[in-house]
Design a binder for this molecule. Structure first.
Ligand code: PMP
Length: 344
């Protein structure tokens, strides 16, 4: 292994150690400095490489996983891709139950990585037998020698970020970070990273991003699971219609909610202003940051790290398609749509 020459024994050695990139334009009107932790630099192009590798290696160490066994998971796409990648290198079969909300590109990519994919309806309750949770559970009970990763209810999900994302950010900011902004889905990223950072400096503010249509913010503020908060929304991987036990609500100081429309426009602006082609939830995270700045969350001394979970290429048929944006009613007027369409 000659890591100093950028030579590796396999692709898994490239997981983690992602760069921190200063945002120079999109946050220029906000007080303080802003940095993106660009998780698309992982080999599977998302933060989920960290948890897939960590959880699978933990199962190997405990003797739960043996060569040729099957790994099963529910996933909006990114975790599935990472598990499929790790499975290829380590010789496991991979079965994934995904939400029909996931983009076609993501589902095709999973199949390209050798996974068997079941597409399940998005807008049914978590205890419905058709939901991707229930489908994965059933496949796990029916498949001999299988392990169910269960990222929403697996403490190891947050532990993976405690072991890697937290220390990386602390080192990269030389301990000067004042705020962490992270989207919450399973809550693994924000919970594990926050636990590490708060152990280093309990004054660091941990700011979660939730979606309109999700229960997380209300639950954080009232400890009540309010079904009235739940309705369909577009952003993939952010927010939830249940309370994941992988989320440690105690380490999160505040949740900000963002809309599908604002997040989509902000992701498109990140691409155009920073040259960073990133996913829908990166747009959501920056959108939430801008909203919190308007509420006075930051000052001139703030050093804010924003997690950018994945790459823009998975959203070509969604937020990076003008036709899709128009279909959603995300362009203010037909003129705006027409202006986007002009070619010279
Ligand atoms: N963004 C995207 C694109 C994701 O797939 C996920 C994971 N569901 C998240 C953000 C949220 O990360 P976490 O599950 O660690 O809360």
């Amino acid at each position: 292994m000659k890591e100093h020459l950028n030579v590796y024994n396999d692709v898994l050695q490239l997981v983690g150690n992602t760069p921190l990139v200063r945002l120079n334009r999109i946050t220029k009107d906000l007080p303080g400095s802003y940095f993106a932790k660009v998780e698309a630099f992982n080999p599977g192009n998302s933060s989920k490489d960290r948890i897939a590798l960590y959880i699978i290696e933990d199962a190997e160490r405990k003797g739960i996983l043996k060569p040729g066994d099957t790994i099963i998971e529910t996933t909006s796409g990114n975790t599935g891709f990472s598990i499929a990648m790790v499975s290829i290198i380590k010789g496991y079969k991979c079965i994934l139950a995904v939400s029909s909300k996931s983009s076609k590109d993501k589902i095709d990519a999973l199949r390209a990585m050798g996974a068997k994919v079941y597409v399940c309806p998005a807008n049914v309750s978590a205890d419905d037998p058709r939901s991707y949770y229930q489908v994965a559970k059933r496949l796990h009970s029916e498949t001999k020698g299988s392990v169910y990763i269960n990222q929403y209810f697996n403490q190891l999900n947050a532990d993976a970020h405690y072991a890697s994302s937290g220390p990386e950010i602390w080192k990269q900011t030389e301990g000067k970070i004042t705020h962490l902004v992270a989207c919450s889905g399973t809550g693994g990223t924000i919970s594990g990273t926050a636990k590490y950072l708060k152990e280093k400096n309990p004054n660091i503010r941990i700011l979660g991003i939730d979606a309109y249509g999700s229960v997380l913010k209300k639950y954080h503020e009232t400890q009540e699971f309010d079904k009235n908060e739940i309705y369909p929304y577009r952003i993939e991987g952010l927010g939830k219609n249940l309370i994941p036990t992988a989320t440690n609500f105690d380490v999160i100081d505040y949740f900000e909610k963002v809309s599908d429309e604002d997040s989509a426009h902000t992701a498109r602006r990140i691409a155009k202003t920073e040259g960073l082609f990133v996913g829908y939830t990166s747009g959501a995270a920056v959108q939430g940051t801008i909203q919190m700045a308007e509420q006075g969350e930051f000052d001139q001394d703030s050093k804010v790290v924003i997690m950018f979970p994945d790459h823009g290429r998975s959203y070509m048929s969604k937020i990076y398609s003008d036709d899709w944006m128009n279909e959603q009613g995300f362009f203010d007027s037909q003129n705006e749509f027409a202006a986007q369409k002009i070619e010279f």
